[in-house]
Ligand binder design. Structure first.
Ligand SMILES: [Cu+2]
Length: 218
């Protein structure tokens, strides 16, 4: 069972999002090193000593520097925005012919996973349901709710989508690691919100086909 961890992600979409996260984090660390480095350098280099009793000359302005430190952050922000936009466009893209189709319905307090032309798995807070997906295959997921707003959330897949009554929201999920993942409701929806869990079991395509056949006979 994978709990919250270093965000490797469990799907191709999550890997793309994790990559974005790493770029933001490395960028922030690089910038922090520059700022802290300059502060520490200035504090040591220009500190008051016996040989340097007076403060150095203070410069009121430096136009070239001011232009540089206005443009540099703008360039960084625009770059991060463009890169994130590119990543999210890929994450939000829908495959035309996803081999797996699942309709997710949230309700107080549980979930139903209905497979296109196949079984519908329902569970509640006492018996959380399990979503079974084949590894390496794209699942087209539609999310809705039958009462109040819930949110379909698999923390390790780095993805959350609101389940809004009267609306259907669609996204693709392509699991790329075998295992069992914890799922939760990510939107406070009432008394048993915290118990509104589910699991996602990512299996081989062969095991998935066997599971579908087994469910069909139940
Ligand atoms: Cu909920």
């Amino acid at each position: 069972m994978h709990g919250p961890s270093w965000p490797l992600g469990g799907s191709t979409q999550a890997s793309a999002l994790a990559q974005d996260w790493v770029i933001f984090t490395c960028g922030a660390l690089g910038l922090a090193a520059l700022v802290w480095g300059l502060i520490i350098f200035a504090a040591i280099r220009f500190r008051q000593t016996k040989n340097n009793p007076e403060p150095r000359t203070q410069n009121a302005n430096n136009t070239a520097l001011e232009i540089a430190w206005t443009i540099a952050p703008l360039v960084i922000v625009i770059g991060l925005f463009a890169y994130t936009y590119h990543i999210e466009a890929g994450v939000e893209a829908l495959a035309a012919d996803a081999p797996v189709r699942v309709s997710v319905t949230g309700f107080r307090w549980g979930w139903t996973f209905a497979y296109g032309g196949g079984p519908a798995i329902t569970g509640n807070s006492l018996h959380p349901p399990e979503l079974v997906l084949p590894v390496g295959e794209t699942a087209a997921v539609t999310v809705t709710s039958s009462d109040v707003i819930h949110s379909f959330w698999i923390p390790d897949m780095l993805f959350k989508r609101d389940a809004v009554p009267g609306r259907t929201s669609t996204f693709d999920l392509t699991p790329n690691r075998l295992g069992t993942y914890i799922g939760r409701c990510g939107e406070f929806c009432g008394l048993n919100h915290a118990l509104m869990t589910f699991t996602v079991r990512v299996v081989s395509p062969e095991d998935y086909a066997r599971w579908r056949t087994y469910e069909a006979t139940q």
